[in-house]
Write a protein that binds this ligand. Sequence first.
Ligand SMILES: *Cc1c(COP(=O)(O)O)cnc(C)c1O
Length: 348
Amino acid sequence: MAYEIPERLKKLQSYQPVTEVYQVRLDANESFLDLPENIRKDVLEAIRQVEFHRYPDPEARELCQCFGEFFHIPSTLITAGNGSDELISLIIQSFLIPGESMVTVSPDFSMYEFYAQAAGVKVQVLEKQDMQLCAEDLIQKVRECSAGLLIFSNPCNPTALKLEREDVLKVVREIDALVVVDEAYMDFSEGSVLNEVENYTNLIVLKTCSKAFGMAAIRLGFAAANRDITGVLKAVKSPYNVNSLTQAAGCAVLKHQDYLRECTEKIREATAELYTGLKKIEEKKERIRKIYPTSTNFIYIEIEGAKSLFEALKKEGISVRFMNGYLRICAGNHKENKAVLQAVEKIL
Ligand SMILES: *Cc1c(COP(=O)(O)O)cnc(C)c1O
Protein backbone atom coordinates (compact mmCIF):
# COMPACT_ATOMS: atom_id res chain seq x y z
CA MET A 1 0.00 0.00 0.00
CA ALA A 2 2.99 2.27 -0.09
CA TYR A 3 3.78 2.96 -3.67
CA GLU A 4 5.04 6.36 -4.72
CA ILE A 5 5.05 7.15 -8.46
CA PRO A 6 8.58 8.29 -9.41
CA GLU A 7 8.97 12.08 -9.61
CA ARG A 8 10.10 12.01 -13.22
CA LEU A 9 6.85 10.30 -14.21
CA LYS A 10 4.64 12.57 -12.13
CA LYS A 11 5.94 15.53 -14.07
CA LEU A 12 4.99 14.10 -17.47
CA GLN A 13 1.97 15.38 -19.29
CA SER A 14 0.28 13.56 -22.12
CA TYR A 15 0.77 14.97 -25.60
CA GLN A 16 -2.05 17.38 -26.41
CA PRO A 17 -2.54 17.83 -30.12
CA VAL A 18 -5.26 20.08 -31.50
CA THR A 19 -8.53 18.16 -31.21
CA GLU A 20 -11.09 20.89 -31.80
CA VAL A 21 -12.60 20.99 -35.25
CA TYR A 22 -11.19 23.64 -37.56
CA GLN A 23 -12.00 24.23 -41.18
CA VAL A 24 -8.36 24.69 -42.03
CA ARG A 25 -5.83 22.51 -40.21
CA LEU A 26 -2.27 23.72 -40.69
CA ASP A 27 -0.92 22.92 -37.24
CA ALA A 28 0.49 19.38 -37.48
CA ASN A 29 2.68 19.45 -40.61
CA GLU A 30 0.55 16.74 -42.19
CA SER A 31 0.20 16.34 -45.93
CA PHE A 32 -2.85 18.07 -47.37
CA LEU A 33 -3.15 15.25 -49.92
CA ASP A 34 -5.25 12.27 -48.91
CA LEU A 35 -4.85 8.98 -50.78
CA PRO A 36 -6.53 8.90 -54.21
CA GLU A 37 -9.17 6.29 -55.02
CA ASN A 38 -6.92 3.90 -57.00
CA ILE A 39 -4.36 3.64 -54.20
CA ARG A 40 -7.08 3.30 -51.58
CA LYS A 41 -8.27 0.29 -53.54
CA ASP A 42 -4.79 -1.27 -53.38
CA VAL A 43 -4.66 -0.58 -49.66
CA LEU A 44 -8.05 -2.17 -49.06
CA GLU A 45 -7.14 -5.17 -51.19
CA ALA A 46 -3.90 -5.62 -49.23
CA ILE A 47 -5.82 -5.40 -45.98
CA ARG A 48 -8.39 -7.89 -47.27
CA GLN A 49 -5.59 -10.44 -47.51
CA VAL A 50 -4.35 -9.93 -43.97
CA GLU A 51 -4.47 -13.06 -41.84
CA PHE A 52 -6.23 -11.45 -38.94
CA HIS A 53 -5.77 -14.40 -36.60
CA ARG A 54 -1.97 -14.41 -37.00
CA TYR A 55 0.61 -12.17 -35.40
CA PRO A 56 2.34 -9.74 -37.76
CA ASP A 57 5.79 -10.35 -39.26
CA PRO A 58 8.01 -9.01 -36.44
CA GLU A 59 10.64 -7.87 -38.91
CA ALA A 60 8.13 -6.34 -41.35
CA ARG A 61 10.30 -7.73 -44.13
CA GLU A 62 8.16 -6.91 -47.13
CA LEU A 63 7.54 -3.43 -45.80
CA CYS A 64 11.24 -2.78 -45.21
CA GLN A 65 11.87 -4.09 -48.72
CA CYS A 66 9.43 -1.55 -50.19
CA PHE A 67 10.97 1.23 -48.15
CA GLY A 68 14.47 0.16 -49.17
CA GLU A 69 13.52 0.13 -52.82
CA PHE A 70 12.12 3.60 -52.63
CA PHE A 71 15.22 5.06 -50.97
CA HIS A 72 17.82 2.77 -52.59
CA ILE A 73 19.06 1.30 -49.35
CA PRO A 74 19.39 -2.37 -48.34
CA SER A 75 16.31 -3.52 -46.44
CA THR A 76 18.59 -5.33 -43.97
CA LEU A 77 19.57 -1.93 -42.56
CA ILE A 78 16.01 -0.89 -41.80
CA THR A 79 13.80 -1.24 -38.74
CA ALA A 80 10.12 -0.33 -38.99
CA GLY A 81 8.38 1.40 -36.12
CA ASN A 82 4.93 2.39 -34.95
CA GLY A 83 5.62 5.91 -36.19
CA SER A 84 9.12 7.33 -35.88
CA ASP A 85 7.96 8.45 -32.46
CA GLU A 86 8.15 4.87 -31.22
CA LEU A 87 11.67 4.59 -32.61
CA ILE A 88 12.78 7.80 -30.91
CA SER A 89 11.54 6.48 -27.59
CA LEU A 90 13.09 3.06 -28.17
CA ILE A 91 16.49 4.47 -29.14
CA ILE A 92 16.69 6.77 -26.13
CA GLN A 93 15.59 4.05 -23.72
CA SER A 94 17.87 1.38 -25.00
CA PHE A 95 21.08 3.16 -25.96
CA LEU A 96 21.20 5.30 -22.82
CA ILE A 97 20.80 4.40 -19.17
CA PRO A 98 19.03 6.63 -16.61
CA GLY A 99 21.30 9.45 -15.56
CA GLU A 100 23.31 9.46 -18.78
CA SER A 101 23.30 12.58 -20.93
CA MET A 102 21.75 13.21 -24.27
CA VAL A 103 22.17 16.41 -26.29
CA THR A 104 19.25 18.08 -28.03
CA VAL A 105 19.03 21.52 -29.59
CA SER A 106 16.54 24.29 -29.08
CA PRO A 107 14.23 24.86 -30.76
CA ASP A 108 13.61 21.35 -32.06
CA PHE A 109 10.99 18.58 -31.97
CA SER A 110 9.61 18.46 -28.44
CA MET A 111 9.26 14.68 -28.28
CA TYR A 112 13.01 14.12 -27.90
CA GLU A 113 12.99 15.73 -24.50
CA PHE A 114 9.70 14.12 -23.60
CA TYR A 115 10.98 10.59 -24.15
CA ALA A 116 14.27 11.38 -22.44
CA GLN A 117 12.40 12.54 -19.35
CA ALA A 118 10.31 9.42 -19.31
CA ALA A 119 13.51 7.34 -19.50
CA GLY A 120 15.26 9.30 -16.76
CA VAL A 121 17.90 10.48 -19.20
CA LYS A 122 19.55 13.85 -18.61
CA VAL A 123 18.87 16.34 -21.39
CA GLN A 124 21.54 18.89 -22.28
CA VAL A 125 20.18 21.56 -24.58
CA LEU A 126 22.24 23.47 -27.10
CA GLU A 127 20.59 26.82 -27.83
CA LYS A 128 20.83 27.63 -31.52
CA GLN A 129 22.17 30.98 -32.55
CA ASP A 130 19.82 32.75 -34.98
CA MET A 131 17.98 29.45 -35.24
CA GLN A 132 20.77 27.97 -37.36
CA LEU A 133 22.50 24.76 -36.33
CA CYS A 134 26.26 24.69 -36.50
CA ALA A 135 28.43 21.56 -36.66
CA GLU A 136 31.19 22.97 -34.46
CA ASP A 137 28.76 23.90 -31.69
CA LEU A 138 27.17 20.47 -31.77
CA ILE A 139 30.52 18.74 -31.54
CA GLN A 140 31.65 20.92 -28.67
CA LYS A 141 28.41 20.49 -26.75
CA VAL A 142 28.46 16.70 -27.02
CA ARG A 143 32.08 16.61 -25.84
CA GLU A 144 31.46 19.04 -23.00
CA CYS A 145 28.58 16.96 -21.67
CA SER A 146 30.19 13.59 -22.37
CA ALA A 147 26.82 12.76 -23.91
CA GLY A 148 26.09 9.29 -25.19
CA LEU A 149 23.61 10.45 -27.77
CA LEU A 150 22.85 13.47 -29.94
CA ILE A 151 19.48 13.84 -31.60
CA PHE A 152 18.15 16.57 -33.88
CA SER A 153 15.77 16.97 -36.78
CA ASN A 154 17.19 17.88 -40.16
CA PRO A 155 15.59 19.85 -41.72
CA CYS A 156 14.47 21.18 -38.40
CA ASN A 157 10.96 21.22 -37.00
CA PRO A 158 10.08 24.05 -36.22
CA THR A 159 12.66 26.34 -37.85
CA ALA A 160 12.39 24.76 -41.34
CA LEU A 161 16.16 25.27 -41.73
CA LYS A 162 18.65 22.53 -42.46
CA LEU A 163 22.21 21.65 -41.70
CA GLU A 164 24.16 20.77 -44.85
CA ARG A 165 24.96 17.14 -45.45
CA GLU A 166 28.72 17.64 -45.11
CA ASP A 167 28.23 19.27 -41.72
CA VAL A 168 26.03 16.44 -40.50
CA LEU A 169 28.67 13.91 -41.52
CA LYS A 170 31.37 15.96 -39.88
CA VAL A 171 29.47 15.78 -36.59
CA VAL A 172 29.02 12.02 -37.01
CA ARG A 173 32.75 11.58 -37.67
CA GLU A 174 34.00 13.78 -34.88
CA ILE A 175 32.01 12.70 -31.85
CA ASP A 176 32.12 9.51 -29.82
CA ALA A 177 28.39 9.32 -29.38
CA LEU A 178 25.43 7.94 -31.23
CA VAL A 179 24.00 10.51 -33.64
CA VAL A 180 20.29 10.30 -34.48
CA VAL A 181 19.35 12.41 -37.47
CA ASP A 182 15.59 12.73 -37.76
CA GLU A 183 14.91 13.31 -41.45
CA ALA A 184 11.12 13.55 -41.15
CA TYR A 185 11.16 16.45 -43.64
CA MET A 186 14.15 15.58 -45.83
CA ASP A 187 11.82 14.40 -48.60
CA PHE A 188 11.23 18.08 -49.32
CA SER A 189 14.90 18.91 -49.61
CA GLU A 190 18.34 17.62 -50.55
CA GLY A 191 21.10 16.59 -48.19
CA SER A 192 19.95 13.28 -46.74
CA VAL A 193 22.55 11.10 -45.02
CA LEU A 194 20.32 8.03 -45.31
CA ASN A 195 22.62 6.31 -47.79
CA GLU A 196 25.58 6.84 -45.43
CA VAL A 197 24.36 4.66 -42.58
CA GLU A 198 26.44 1.70 -43.72
CA ASN A 199 29.62 3.74 -43.42
CA TYR A 200 29.31 4.74 -39.77
CA THR A 201 29.07 2.88 -36.49
CA ASN A 202 27.28 5.75 -34.74
CA LEU A 203 24.57 6.96 -37.12
CA ILE A 204 20.83 6.35 -37.11
CA VAL A 205 18.59 8.11 -39.63
CA LEU A 206 14.87 8.32 -38.91
CA LYS A 207 12.18 8.61 -41.55
CA THR A 208 8.43 8.84 -41.30
CA CYS A 209 5.45 8.16 -43.56
CA SER A 210 3.47 10.84 -41.73
CA LYS A 211 4.61 13.93 -43.63
CA ALA A 212 5.53 13.90 -47.34
CA PHE A 213 3.89 10.50 -47.85
CA GLY A 214 0.61 11.53 -46.31
CA MET A 215 0.06 8.51 -44.07
CA ALA A 216 0.00 9.92 -40.56
CA ALA A 217 -3.05 7.77 -39.82
CA ILE A 218 -1.31 4.41 -40.15
CA ARG A 219 1.60 5.23 -37.78
CA LEU A 220 4.67 4.16 -39.70
CA GLY A 221 8.27 5.23 -39.38
CA PHE A 222 11.67 3.74 -40.09
CA ALA A 223 15.15 3.75 -38.62
CA ALA A 224 18.12 3.13 -40.90
CA ALA A 225 21.49 2.22 -39.42
CA ASN A 226 24.38 -0.16 -39.93
CA ARG A 227 24.00 -3.89 -39.35
CA ASP A 228 25.02 -3.87 -35.69
CA ILE A 229 22.76 -1.04 -34.62
CA THR A 230 19.91 -2.49 -36.66
CA GLY A 231 20.44 -5.80 -34.85
CA VAL A 232 20.11 -4.03 -31.52
CA LEU A 233 16.98 -2.14 -32.57
CA LYS A 234 15.31 -5.34 -33.71
CA ALA A 235 16.29 -7.05 -30.48
CA VAL A 236 15.01 -4.34 -28.14
CA LYS A 237 11.80 -3.39 -29.90
CA SER A 238 8.57 -5.08 -28.93
CA PRO A 239 8.22 -7.95 -31.39
CA TYR A 240 4.95 -6.97 -33.03
CA ASN A 241 5.36 -3.22 -32.95
CA VAL A 242 4.02 -2.65 -36.45
CA ASN A 243 0.63 -4.28 -36.91
CA SER A 244 -0.32 -6.26 -40.00
CA LEU A 245 -2.76 -3.63 -41.28
CA THR A 246 -0.09 -0.95 -41.22
CA GLN A 247 2.42 -3.28 -42.86
CA ALA A 248 -0.06 -4.09 -45.62
CA ALA A 249 -1.12 -0.50 -46.16
CA GLY A 250 2.46 0.77 -46.03
CA CYS A 251 3.60 -1.70 -48.69
CA ALA A 252 0.65 -0.89 -50.93
CA VAL A 253 1.39 2.83 -50.84
CA LEU A 254 5.20 2.65 -50.96
CA LYS A 255 4.93 0.69 -54.21
CA HIS A 256 3.44 3.77 -55.85
CA GLN A 257 6.77 5.52 -56.12
CA ASP A 258 5.77 7.98 -58.84
CA TYR A 259 2.70 8.97 -56.90
CA LEU A 260 4.75 9.64 -53.75
CA ARG A 261 7.23 11.75 -55.68
CA GLU A 262 4.37 13.68 -57.25
CA CYS A 263 2.87 14.35 -53.84
CA THR A 264 6.18 15.59 -52.52
CA GLU A 265 6.48 17.94 -55.49
CA LYS A 266 2.92 19.24 -55.03
CA ILE A 267 3.56 19.90 -51.36
CA ARG A 268 6.76 21.71 -52.24
CA GLU A 269 4.87 23.93 -54.67
CA ALA A 270 2.20 24.62 -52.08
CA THR A 271 4.88 25.56 -49.55
CA ALA A 272 6.45 27.95 -52.05
CA GLU A 273 3.03 29.51 -52.64
CA LEU A 274 2.49 30.01 -48.93
CA TYR A 275 6.00 31.41 -48.49
CA THR A 276 5.62 33.90 -51.35
CA GLY A 277 2.25 35.01 -50.02
CA LEU A 278 3.64 35.58 -46.55
CA LYS A 279 6.63 37.52 -47.91
CA LYS A 280 4.19 39.86 -49.67
CA ILE A 281 2.33 40.45 -46.44
CA GLU A 282 5.65 41.04 -44.65
CA GLU A 283 6.35 44.05 -46.90
CA LYS A 284 3.19 45.74 -45.66
CA LYS A 285 2.96 44.60 -42.06
CA GLU A 286 5.59 45.54 -39.56
CA ARG A 287 4.50 43.01 -36.97
CA ILE A 288 6.13 40.29 -39.04
CA ARG A 289 9.75 40.29 -37.87
CA LYS A 290 11.14 37.41 -39.81
CA ILE A 291 10.00 34.69 -42.17
CA TYR A 292 12.51 31.85 -42.26
CA PRO A 293 13.39 30.23 -45.58
CA THR A 294 12.06 26.71 -45.70
CA SER A 295 13.41 23.24 -46.54
CA THR A 296 10.18 21.63 -45.32
CA ASN A 297 6.41 21.74 -45.81
CA PHE A 298 5.89 24.52 -43.27
CA ILE A 299 6.95 28.10 -42.61
CA TYR A 300 8.35 29.46 -39.37
CA ILE A 301 7.61 33.10 -38.64
CA GLU A 302 8.72 35.42 -35.91
CA ILE A 303 5.92 37.81 -35.24
CA GLU A 304 5.02 40.50 -32.76
CA GLY A 305 1.95 39.40 -30.85
CA ALA A 306 2.17 35.87 -32.20
CA LYS A 307 -0.26 34.66 -29.56
CA SER A 308 -2.99 37.12 -30.46
CA LEU A 309 -2.63 36.34 -34.17
CA PHE A 310 -2.81 32.64 -33.32
CA GLU A 311 -6.02 33.19 -31.33
CA ALA A 312 -7.53 35.39 -34.03
CA LEU A 313 -6.79 32.77 -36.68
CA LYS A 314 -8.54 30.16 -34.53
CA LYS A 315 -11.63 32.36 -34.50
CA GLU A 316 -11.51 32.32 -38.31
CA GLY A 317 -11.49 28.52 -38.20
CA ILE A 318 -7.79 28.24 -39.00
CA SER A 319 -5.47 26.24 -36.81
CA VAL A 320 -1.70 26.86 -36.90
CA ARG A 321 1.01 26.12 -34.34
CA PHE A 322 1.95 28.77 -31.80
CA MET A 323 5.39 28.59 -30.24
CA ASN A 324 6.44 31.44 -27.97
CA GLY A 325 6.68 34.46 -30.23
CA TYR A 326 6.60 32.35 -33.37
CA LEU A 327 4.02 30.72 -35.57
CA ARG A 328 4.59 27.57 -37.56
CA ILE A 329 2.23 27.30 -40.49
CA CYS A 330 2.03 24.16 -42.55
CA ALA A 331 1.31 24.35 -46.27
CA GLY A 332 -2.22 23.43 -47.27
CA ASN A 333 -3.91 23.15 -50.64
CA HIS A 334 -4.44 26.26 -52.72
CA LYS A 335 -7.72 27.11 -51.03
CA GLU A 336 -6.32 26.63 -47.53
CA ASN A 337 -3.22 28.66 -48.29
CA LYS A 338 -5.39 31.44 -49.65
CA ALA A 339 -7.59 31.32 -46.57
CA VAL A 340 -4.68 31.58 -44.14
CA LEU A 341 -2.96 34.33 -46.16
CA GLN A 342 -6.14 36.40 -46.35
CA ALA A 343 -6.82 35.93 -42.67
CA VAL A 344 -3.27 36.86 -41.63
CA GLU A 345 -3.35 40.00 -43.75
CA LYS A 346 -6.77 41.01 -42.45
CA ILE A 347 -5.90 40.42 -38.80
CA LEU A 348 -2.54 42.21 -38.97
C1 LIG B 1 6.19 14.74 -37.32
C2 LIG B 1 7.54 14.42 -36.85
C3 LIG B 1 7.86 13.13 -36.46
C4 LIG B 1 6.75 12.15 -36.22
O1 LIG B 1 6.73 11.09 -36.91
P1 LIG B 1 5.69 9.90 -36.68
O2 LIG B 1 6.26 8.93 -37.64
O3 LIG B 1 4.35 10.41 -37.08
O4 LIG B 1 5.76 9.45 -35.28
C5 LIG B 1 9.16 12.84 -36.10
N1 LIG B 1 10.09 13.80 -36.09
C6 LIG B 1 9.81 15.06 -36.44
C7 LIG B 1 10.87 16.09 -36.41
C8 LIG B 1 8.52 15.41 -36.82
O5 LIG B 1 8.22 16.67 -37.09
